[in-house]
Structure formats: structure tokens, C-alpha cells
Design a protein around this ligand. Structure first.
Ligand SMILES: Nc1ncnc2c1ncn2[C@@H]1O[C@H](COP(=O)(O)OP(=O)(O)OP(=O)(O)O)[C@@H](O)[C@H]1O
Ligand SMILES: [Mg+2]
Length: 270
């Protein structure tokens, strides 16, 4: 029986028909692959198509600055500058050199300011490597901690909320932060925090030694969906392929499909 769920169409030619027409709203879909397999372009195309359909989006970039992503997008005719001015797209970038950044508050604000329905997190592996830069909320549902005193006058100051408070172990909403050391638990908490946004999320991460699993070995189990991008050679020809390995509540087509880049972005072959 098909399950009737509202789905976000990626608009990436050939992709939606692999997943019953789109990604169920509110889901976290992991996009994995070796370097240079097209993960970022896939994410940009997803946001661009959403914005064109009237759905705003947030791009969280932990490596490339927004300007670089915009140049990358331009080659396919996607004008993210214009979308940003129209508040249809927002880029979240961690302030350089900062530590104990509450990136989740930054993301929440960006989602709220743009009314975003889509989000791309690029990427989980970099987050993991730079973990000491961030605080990770244990839960968005913890009871307010009575020992935390919030200075209401300072709450409008984003630096105070994003950097000063988290460095003190505090959060505007009274959330507590994870201080344990389990790497798997951190991945799990990050994915949960992104799910709590209620946007439909693409979470990009690096592939492991063989490109069938992720480097962290956990996120593919925690996320609702799992898509791999690969690259190979057939003779002297380069070939690229995409495979939907998992998508909850969805009858997926799991065979690997070749894809290519044309002037308008990624196109998945039939
Ligand atoms: N117009 C194009 N035609 C053909 N190939 C392209 C085109 N644009 C980009 N590429 C290929 O896509 C790759 C970059 O894609 P992208 O940045 O999305 O990869 P990525 O998986 O995000 O990489 P990383 O892991 O380094 O972040 C380039 O290495 C290039 O080979
Ligand atoms: Mg990338």
C-alpha cells in the first residue's frame, strides 16, 4: 500500500520518480559520497528549485563561504544572490575563529527569518572534525534550567546569543549542552536538532572507506533517507551514479542510476 505523505519535490530531473514523487516533509535525507561527487551541487539545486516553487531554503555551509557557493551555482544559471535579496534563500556560515558557537540557534533564526521549508547542512563530517567550535544541544525539549539567568536586554544581540551564552554553557531557551565524548551520540544529537526544525533537510556527509557507508557509520541509520553519489570510469569515460538506499515510508527504486551535469545542473538518466 502506498502511504500518502506530503512530499517536497527536489525538481532534480530524474530524481523524484525514484522516491514516489519527492521527499516526505520534515525528513532528514543523508547525501553521501567521496570528494567531488556532486553533493554540494545536489544541495544547491534542491534549494534553488524549491525557491523557484515558492519554498524558501537555508544553506548551512561549514566549509565553502557563501560567495564561493554562489559562483558554483552560477555555472548552472542559478542566481543565489537574487534569491538571497528576495529572502528566498539564506546562507548560514560560522563566524571564523569562533569557539562554542550555538550554530543551532543561528540555523533556527535563519529558518524563521526566511520561513524556510528546506535546508541543506554541508556537512556533517566537517562539523564532527571541528566539534570544539560548537555546542550541541542535548535536547530541544529539556525543561528550563532554573539556574540559568538570561539577561533580556542582551537577547537581541546575536553575538551574545550565538557565542557568549554558549561559552558559558547557557542557551536562550534554557537548553543544556552535551559535554560527553561519544562521537556517535553527537551525530545523533545533531541530526535530531535538524529534524526538530520541521524543514525537509538534506544532510551532506563524507563516505567511509568504501563509498557504500558513511565515514561516521551512524548517520545512515539515524536519518530517514540515505542517498549515495559515486564516480567511476568505464574505459576512458568518466561515469557518475546515484543510488537511493533508503527512504522511510517510501517505495524507492534502489537500482543505481547514472547522472551527468548539463548546463542546468544534475540530470539523472533513465
Ligand atoms: N558543469 C560541470 N560539468 C561537469 N562536471 C562538473 C561541472 N560542475 C562541477 N562538476 C564536477 O562536480 C564536482 C564538484 O561537485 P561538488 O562540489 O558538488 O562535489 P562535492 O561532493 O560537494 O565535493 P566535496 O566533497 O569536495 O565538497 C567537481 O569536482 C567537478 O568534477
Ligand atoms: Mg561539497
Amino acid at each position: 500500500m502506498l502511504i500518502d505523505m506530503e512530499r517536497a519535490k527536489t525538481g532534480i530531473p530524474g530524481f523524484d520518480k525514484l522516491v514516489e514523487g519527492g521527499i516526505p516533509r520534515g525528513f532528514n535525507v543523508l547525501i553521501t559520497g567521496f570528494p567531488g561527487t556532486g553533493k554540494t551541487i545536489f544541495g544547491l539545486q534542491y534549494l534553488y528549485n524549491g525557491a523557484k516553487q515558492g519554498e524558501s531554503g537555508v544553506y548551512v555551509s561549514l566549509d565553502a563561504p557563501a560567495d564561493q557557493l554562489k559562483v558554483q551555482a552560477k555555472q548552472f544559471g542559478w542566481d543565489f544572490d537574487a534569491l538571497e535579496k528576495q529572502k528566498k534563500v539564506s546562507f548560514v556560515k560560522v563566524p571564523e575563529g569562533s569557539i562554542k558557537v550555538n550554530i543551532f540557534s543561528m540555523i533556527e533564526d535563519a529558518v524563521e527569518e526566511t520561513g524556510a521549508k528546506r535546508l541543506v547542512f554541508d556537512n556533517l563530517s566537517i562539523f564532527h572534525v571541528n566539534l570544539d567550535q560548537f555546542v550541541v544541544p542535548l535536547s530541544y525539549k529539556t525543561d528550563l534550567n532554573p539556574s540559568i539567568t538570561v539577561d533580556p536586554a542582551k537577547m537581541k544581540d546575536k553575538k551574545y546569543r550565538y557565542e557568549v551564552m554558549p561559552a558559558l554553557g547557557q542557551d536562550p531557551k534554557g537548553r543544556t549542552f552535551y559535554t560527553g565524548a561519544s562521537e556517535s551520540r553527537i551525530i545523533y544529537l545533531v541530526i535530531n536538532a535538524l529534524a526538530d526544525l520541521r524543514t525537509t533537510n538534506l544532510i551532506i556527509t563524507d563516505a567511509g572507506k568504501d563509498d557504500q557507508l558513511t565515514a561516521d557509520g551512524v548517520s545512515e541509520y539515524v536519518c530517514d533517507g540515505y542517498v549515495t553519489l559515486s564516480r567511476g570510469e568505464i574505459g576512458t569515460e568518466e561515469s557518475r551514479s546515484i543510488q537511493v538506499k533508503k527512504l522511510r515510508n517510501t517505495k524507492i527504486i534502489t537500482v543505481s542510476h547514472n547522472f551527468d551535469f548539463n548546463d542546468n545542473g544534475i540530470v539523472i538518466e533513465r
